[in-house]
Design a protein around this ligand. Sequence first.
Ligand SMILES: Nc1nc2c(ncn2[C@@H]2O[C@H](COP(=O)(O)OP(=O)(O)OP(=O)(O)O)[C@@H](O)[C@H]2O)c(=O)[nH]1
Ligand SMILES: [Mg+2]
Length: 290
Amino acid sequence: MAGINLGTRLRKLFTVEKLSESFFDDLEDLLIEGDLGAKSVNGIINQLKLEMKTQKVKTESDFIKILRNYLSDNIVSLNYKPNMENTNIVLILGVNGVGKTTTIAKLAAYFKVEFGMESVLSAGDTFRAAAIDQLIFHGNKLGMRVVHQQHGADPGAVIYDTIDSAVSKGDKMIIADTAGRMHNKDNLVKELKKIDKIISNKIPENRYKKFLVIDATTGQNGLRQAESFHEAVGLDGIILAKYDSASKGGIVVSICRDLKVPVLFLGTGESYSDLVKFNKELFLNNLLGL
Ligand SMILES: Nc1nc2c(ncn2[C@@H]2O[C@H](COP(=O)(O)OP(=O)(O)OP(=O)(O)O)[C@@H](O)[C@H]2O)c(=O)[nH]1
Ligand SMILES: [Mg+2]
């Protein structure tokens, strides 16, 4: 919703239309524009209609409060804590250009600050020519090890080697990159399932997490992406990149509501420190302009 404050528009709608015939139609349009997604919006409208019958909704703040509560009930957040004793792996997924590789570098910086943990970066995107160099560049800047093979190598083999080397050296955290694009979607899904199987055979479930990066500016496409990846390998969490853009990230409401996958972090810029833990209250205040 480029540059327009959803909260301001919602309050104005309430004040001007006062629950008239067109109120819920216009409300629906506003929420859809806010990237909340058709299914979520239907749920919100039904809930509002119900609550507005039973509760006195006199002011726009009464109305915003009901809306906020509904959204709050549908958003799940998660505070990721790695195992400090054994090797953990975080597999970073997402379609091309959403911010995966940048997010990997930010996560490595975050794990260092938050847990004093060095990460090993695994160059699992062997599909795009420059992807390996990009990860090596970040590894050099961060002073962290990068395990890689040549362009076109089998990503499963790269990640397999990374795990073996991390376990033998006693490294506690692996962050693995993946290709966002393949020759076609079926190939990508096949490749990801293979990678998933390789990792699952080496690292137990409680130390293996699959995080999907979503670009905050892609709107409802983000929900479709999450559905595809969730169906292919099962997601443990969402990282919403480019939250510093005009988007307020309404898309995560749909993802949480429909897939029950929690949100972990927001990417708020291009520097290593631009990764913040997802805070539901702050997120909702920002979404609704409170
Ligand atoms: N403003 C902003 N830009 C970001 C953020 N995260 C990533 N970017 C930028 O988005 C662009 C793409 O980021 P990458 O990390 O290369 O994305 P990717 O998903 O690895 O891309 P592919 O490897 O091509 O699939 C880069 O210019 C990043 O600097 C963010 O949180 N905010
Ligand atoms: Mg990349």
